[in-house]
Ligand binder design. Structure first.
Ligand SMILES: [Zn+2]
Ligand SMILES: [Zn+2]
Length: 351
């Protein structure tokens, strides 16, 4: 049996080792991808620290993290159509069945079968296998101009695009993004691409805010030093932002997002809190302010495709988001530690 290297979470918290495991065997309707780029998502970081990930819950440890990946097709089962060995692809980590009631409604995130058909073993491995059924929904052939590292970042851009589209960013509007990490910076770029005339970035870290200005944020607010709600009102003629994105995942910033939105505005709750968390919200914000509040934690096949197109068209600069590149799977643990320390932006393993 052919062997390959894979980063494996063997124990909670954060015991990660690169192990030799069998290269996944593919069935007639599956194909094998040689990983060339996989970027680390904060969801992976949280899963490695707390062990809370549906895949760990389903199959236990060891678990291979990574779901933002791109690579080259290395083998194709006989029944797979539309793909061939040697194609460069970006692969989204979902596999909606398209037949269950949620899928029929387009709510792929809630597919009844999806968790069982996630890519295996995970992105931080030399190879992973992909189901052939419905492959066109999540496996995009890359344009020649797109590098593997850019292709790996199609996934986080798609997540942000889903949030931006669900909340709606009207032409000429004012947006605010709370959290100037990599996702916040993607949300900012997308809000502009969708029509925002001005985007405010809010964070508690001056370095991150300076970086946001380099990424073309119009104005920044340090919410540790000033009352961000008052600040945005002063800067918007006492209106508040038309749309606010919360990209932190914290009860205080959920509340701040609702406060910063103008009456009748929109709030996108993009950052996820730990399961079981509760958030206390004054009822007038929910009722009298007439806000449209949206939550997102996934994306659709269309979002994935459009995210790739936006990157290809140069509307979203993902290259600048990559702060750390590792040339071996040994880099996964360091990448996780850097993320826990809030160092840098996106970390990518390139093989
Ligand atoms: Zn992710
Ligand atoms: Zn389904």
């Amino acid at each position: 049996m052919k062997k390959m290297k894979a980063a494996c979470l063997t124990k909670i918290p954060k015991e990660i080792e690169v192990r030799e495991i069998p290269v996944p065997e593919i069935g007639e309707n599956e194909f094998l991808v040689k990983m060339h780029a996989c970027s680390l998502c904060y969801t992976d970081v949280k899963a490695c620290v707390h062990g809370k990930h549906f895949y760990i819950e389903l199959y236990g440890l060891p678990w291979t993290p990574g779901h933002e990946m791109a690579g080259e097709i290395a083998a194709v089962g006989d029944q797979v159509t539309g793909y061939s060995v040697g194609q460069r692809v970006a692969v989204a980590p979902f596999n909606p069945c398209l037949e269950c009631p949620p899928c029929k409604l387009g709510a792929y995130r809630f597919c009844h079968k999806a968790p069982g058909s996630f890519v295996q073993p995970g992105g931080f491995a030399e190879y992973f296998k992909v189901p052939g059924e419905g492959a066109h929904l999540r496996t995009l052939v890359l344009p020649d101009s797109m590098s593997y590292e850019e292709a790996a970042l199609v996934e986080p851009v798609a997540s942000c695009l889903h949030a931006v589209r669900k909340a709606g960013v009207p032409q000429g509007s004012t947006a605010a993004v709370i959290g100037a990490g990599p996702m916040g910076l993607i949300l900012m770029q997308l809000a502009k691409a969708e029509g925002a005339a001005k985007v405010f970035m809010v964070d508690v870290d001056d370095q991150r805010l300076e970086q946001a200005l380099e990424f073309d944020a119009d104005e920044v607010i340090n919410s540790a030093r000033e009352n961000a709600n008052q600040a945005i009102r002063l800067k918007t003629g006492f209106m508040g932002a038309d749309v606010v994105f919360e990209a932190v995942g914290n009860a205080q910033t959920y509340l701040l997002a609702l406060e910063m939105a103008r009456g009748g505005g929109a709030v996108s709750l993009f950052g996820g809190l730990p399961g079981g968390s509760t958030v206390e919200i004054p009822s007038e914000l929910l009722h009298y302010h007439e806000l449209t509040i949206t939550g997102t934690s996934s994306f659709s096949p269309d979002d994935y495709k459009n995210a790739l197109e936006l990157i290809e068209a140069g509307k979203i600069d993902v290259k600048r988001l990559i702060s750390h590149r590792f040339d071996s799977l040994d880099g996964v643990l360091e990448a996780i530690n850097l993320s826990l320390d809030k160092q840098g932006l996106k970390k990518v393993v390139l093989l």
